[in-house]
Design a protein around this ligand. Structure first.
Ligand SMILES: *Cc1c(COP(=O)(O)O)cnc(C)c1O
Length: 452
């Protein structure tokens, strides 16, 4: 098609009768113009394959894309339990129901029903967190990054914060401990070396300006070999002697003992509290298995400094996340976390069960595929390098349906999109991270992806 053959806006609109009647006309006209512009650019770049019908089809696709619910639900067959790009933790049914209850009507978010006076949105969650971690007080905010920014701003503005060189880390997505420190108005005092830091390094750094010691969990990498770091109890002892609070970013917020699941030890908030750390920071949507949130637990006097800081309001938690977080914490309180919280169900799933599900997925497939042993990484800023024994369905794509990239692409484009991974020209699908109720959809999407 040439420029002169492109249809007029009016001509395209006659093809879009149904859409014009459903949506605002001027919006649809804008979409037609934008499709015509794209077509002109394609023709200019030498594309001869544009057809008149493409313009109206393009508008239909845009309308569909713009009006769908976002983010879309996908099927995570990567085996990565906590995947930041895929929204981290799926929520428990009860937690979803409590979001719905909070959303559907008004709530007592900041009202004390017993007195009729203004209440705090933190009151209930604070009790739960004290019960679960042993901390005197707590504060829940938007996410862990904002919790740390708030903590440093409130306690160390204009002062220096001592950090081990091995812990001046980048967590990902532009979150770097040294940068956040500077943003909070504190200055960084780096001590020790990349692989070894001793208590004497911290001690030598203390001066009149020292506002805090900050420890950060290296949640996305591992240093092996000739290493040394200072554990919280030792740092707390030094801090107490000099009146310097210890802040500890434990990252994933793991309440359970990961060694019980055959993994390395992940530091828990409870351990930090027990060690006497002033403030411990963690996320709600990593190994806690709840919604996005930042949680600070620690001493009442330090928490109250954070509560009074103006940033506290700027980073406060919203009612929907609070509803979901509260329910997630209740699962721990009732000792039902492994049964109710999806990521813990996934982590505790036996390799045999996963193998059975992979075999069911394989049944009736007309391409060469095998069920093989594999490892599921935990992912998402927790337990770096740790994997769980698993089984995957491996689809051998070399000579069949256009190669592994094509199959992976088709899977992503399905109505129920599936995310898998590739190894050795094979597409691997790990049932561990697929919600059981998604098994049927996964099978349908897979058949479709292999047939086109
Ligand atoms: C993930 C992580 C953060 C950031 O937490 P968000 O809740 O994503 O803001 C900070 N510190 C550590 C150690 C982490 O693992």
């Amino acid at each position: 098609m040439q420029y002169r053959d492109l249809p007029s806006v009016e001509a395209v609109l006659t093809d879009l009768d149904d859409i014009i009647h459903t949506y605002d006309r001027s919006w649809v006209v804008d979409l037609v113009r934008s499709q015509l512009k794209t077509a002109r650019e394609l023709i200019k770049s030498g594309d001869q394959n544009i057809k008149g019908q493409d313009i109206a089809d393009g508008v239909r696709d845009s309308v569909k894309w713009l009006t769908q619910p976002v983010p879309r639900q996908i099927i995570n067959a990567t085996g990565v339990v906590i995947h930041t790009n895929l929204g981290r933790s799926p929520l428990s049914e009860e937690s979803i129901e409590s979001i719905k209850q909070a959303a559907i009507g008004y709530s007592d978010l900041e009202l004390d029903l017993s007195t009729g006076r203004r209440g705090s949105r933190q009151a209930h969650v604070q009790q739960l967190l004290s019960q679960l971690t042993g901390a005197e007080a707590s504060l829940v905010v938007n996410n862990n990054a904002s919790a740390i920014l708030l903590g440093l701003s409130a306690l160390a503005f204009g002062k220096s914060v001592v950090v081990s060189r091995g812990e001046a880390v980048e967590i990902g997505g532009g979150f770097r401990i040294p940068d956040v420190l500077l943003q909070s108005g504190a200055s960084l005092s780096e001590v020790g070396t990349t692989n070894r830091t001793y208590i004497s390094d911290y001690e030598r750094a203390i001066n009149d300006d020292t506002g805090a010691f900050l420890k950060a969990h290296a949640s996305n990498f591992r240093v092996e070999g000739f290493t040394a770091s200072v554990e919280p109890p030792e740092l707390v002892a030094l801090g107490t002697k000099h009146g310097i609070p210890v802040l500890h970013d434990v990252g994933s917020g793991c309440f359970l003992n990961t060694e019980d699941y055959g993994m390395a030890h992940e530091p828990t908030p409870q351990e930090s509290v027990r060690a006497g750390v002033g403030l411990t920071f963690f996320s709600g949507d990593k190994l806690l298995g709840g919604p996005q949130a930042g949680i600070v637990v620690g001493s009442r006097s330090l928490i109250s400094v954070l509560e009074r800081h103006p940033l506290a309001r700027a980073v406060r938690i919203d009612k929907l996340s609070l509803a979901s977080l509260t329910m997630t914490l209740q699962h721990y309180l009732l000792n039902e976390s492994e049964k109710k919280i999806p990521i813990w169900r996934m982590i505790s799933a036996s390799a045999e069960d996963i193998k059975d599900r992979a075999n069911l997925l394989k049944e009736g497939l007309e391409v060469h595929s095998t069920v093989v042993e594999a490892r599921s990484p935990i992912g998402g800023g927790s337990l770096p390098g740790e994997t769980l024994p698993s089984w995957v369905l491996a689809i051998h794509c070399a000579e069949t349906v256009g190669g592994a990239d094509r199959v992976l692409n088709n899977l992503r484009m399905c109505d129920k999109p599936v995310i898998g991974r590739i190894a050795d020209e094979q597409v691997l699908l790990d049932p561990r991270t697929v919600l059981p109720e998604q098994d049927a959809d996964l099978k349908r999407s897979l058949r479709l992806a292999l047939s086109i």
